[in-house]
Design a protein around this ligand. Structure first.
Ligand SMILES: [Zn+2]
Length: 526
């Protein structure tokens, strides 16, 4: 809450911001702020000029994926406490993989696709949005918008008013019966405009006046394309998401949401979470060095500029606070590094699992027919429940010793270690912060820096504890004349405590981290 000094020894509380907007740029590395922001930028560049910029913000846990990233940012806690330990984990009781926002008890709204069977019911801690709702006795609105369902749903927690995500089969924005039984009229109208059809008619071309090397054997191709070079012509809605058009479509829906839901005009602060998923899809497919990622950010900058200009027109100074960050970074394409002599590569995970299984079978004298692993997901080995508890304990110790002898494996930890008191080493503390015994594996393996998980030959990924995955931008922008650079290391879990103190609402239930003093100083200064 902003405090104003009025005369002698007399403080009153001014109105807090009426609308909080969080923008996550999925997979945005911190160095992109330097790489892609030019002198004429009115999007990211405007945020840098008018905002408080934390240049050294990190995700403090393993694994750095989209589901855990959004949940950690908005709960102010790590996966060990909010429960979103991965995008997909092995659900031991069911004997199958569980998607983080899967919910078989709800039905799709706006579609008949199973993509509508989603909710935040696996989330164990409250988010800032939940606390805003609670503090206002549920009279305010909290909305989540993203092409990806998990990125729309997790930020607004379990009391969210409405999450909207995209059904790429139909080219429509959808929700689930967790939120409502039918789409709001404004979303029906938005869908009826058929923006995705218009966007599909325009090829993705490299912006004029920009040249870059577009031929690389390490880039993947769009579905239905055979070459990774410009121009790209997406042929269906799924392919459209792998282009800058996905960002435009998301921000356009966000603008309609602000207008139609009268966000920022209610009795207490409203909350809007926007997550831009296309930068992640383009990063995975083409890699962090590609022309495509460069051009996507150039076009995103223009879309953000329009969005900020819209906010400036609609709201008075002090009415909106906005922050922009990412849910994780991304590894440089390993082959690009390896060519220059760096230690980097793609870890052959299928082969690792097969060799680990053969080793344990021999060491523990298990018959050929006995299943050893139920799953190997997210660098987590889950033992088959056909092994007895004693066999699993023995297997965990032997597997750890064996893993530590493998090339480019840096660490391995067992269930017993991770569920115990822990230690303060960089690797252990981060793995433990992302470990929930009921959902995580029996043994976790950590690869050396530069080594990414995966058996595929192109593009890149994220998930590790190394800085290329943990280091993200964090910029605060509040329609106020702030500009400040902070280089001290900070954690993503400091974002929501800061907002809770600013807005005068309770801390989210597991948000035990410290607030960011520079933001509160600016917010509370007269
Ligand atoms: Zn992500």
């Amino acid at each position: 809450m902003r405090l104003l000094f009025l005369g002698i020894g007399f403080w009153v509380q001014a109105q807090p911001p009426k609308l909080v907007i969080g923008i996550v740029v999925d997979q945005m590395r911190a160095d992109y702020l330097r790489r892609f922001v030019g002198p004429k930028s009115r999007g990211l560049g405007r945020l840098l000029q008018e905002g408080i910029v934390y240049w050294n913000c990190h995700y403090p846990y393993f694994p750095t994926y989209t589901g855990p990233g959004h949940a950690s940012l908005y709960t102010g806690a790590t996966p060990a406490y909010h429960g979103i330990v991965a995008n997909d984990w092995w659900e031991r009781a069911l004997g199958r993989t569980w998607y983080c926002v899967e919910d078989t008890t709800v039905h799709p709204v706006g579609t008949d696709s199973p993509k509508g069977k989603r909710s935040p019911r696996t989330l164990l801690a409250t988010t800032l949005a939940d606390e805003l709702r609670y503090a206002c006795r549920f009279r305010n609105k909290t909305l989540g918008i993203a092409l990806k369902d998990r990125s729309a749903i997790l930020p607004i927690g379990r009391s969210g008013t409405l999450a909207l995500w995209f059904d790429p089969q139909k080219g429509m924005w959808i929700t689930s019966s967790y939120y409502r039984d039918s789409l709001p009229a404004w979303v029906v109208r938005f869908n009826a405009q058929r923006y995705p059809d218009s966007l599909l008619r325009v090829p993705w071309t490299l912006a004029k006046g920009h040249a870059c090397s577009d031929e690389s054997p390490y880039e993947g191709t769009l579905p239905t394309e055979t070459s990774p070079t410009f121009p790209h012509q997406p042929k269906d809605y799924t392919a459209l998401l792998y282009t800058p058009a996905g960002n435009w479509l998301t921000l356009e829906l966000a603008r309609h949401a602000i207008q139609a839901e009268s966000l920022g005009r209610g009795p207490c602060p409203d909350f809007l979470s926007i997550s831009l998923s296309s930068p992640d899809l383009v990063g995975h497919l083409f890699g962090t060095e590609s022309c495509e990622i460069e051009d996507l950010y150039r076009k995103l900058d223009k879309d953000l500029a329009d969005f900020l200009a819209y906010l400036s027109r609609r709201f008075k100074p002090g009415e909106v606070v906005l922050f922009l960050t990412a849910d994780h970074g991304a590894a440089p394409t390993p082959e690009v590094l390896a060519q220059q002599g760096f230690s980097a590569g793609r870890y052959p995970e299928k082969e690792l699992r097969a060799r680990a299984e053969a080793f344990l079978r021999t060491t523990l004298s298990l018959p050929e027919t006995t299943e050893v692993f139920a799953a190997f997901l997210n660098q987590n080995f889950y033992f088959s429940r056909r092994l007895s508890p004693g066999q699993r304990r023995e297997a965990a110790l032997r597997l750890k010793e064996w893993l530590l002898e493998q090339p480019n494996v840096l660490a391995a930890y067992t269930f017993a270690e991770l569920a115990g008191p822990g230690s303060s080493t960089y690797t252990f503390s981060r793995v433990q912060a992302g470990y929930l015994p009921a959902r995580s594996g029996d043994v976790v393996v950590i690869y050396a820096p530069g080594w990414i998980e995966g058996d595929y030959p192109t593009g890149t990924t994220h998930g590790s504890i190394w800085t290329y995955d943990t280091h993200v931008p964090l910029v605060w922008w509040g329609l106020l004349p702030w500009s400040r650079a902070v280089y001290q290391p900070v954690r993503i879990t400091q974002v929501v405590p800061t907002l809770a103190f600013w807005l005068g609402v309770p801390l989210p239930s597991a948000a035990t981290d410290a607030p960011l003093p520079e933001v509160l100083d600016a917010a509370f200064s007269p």
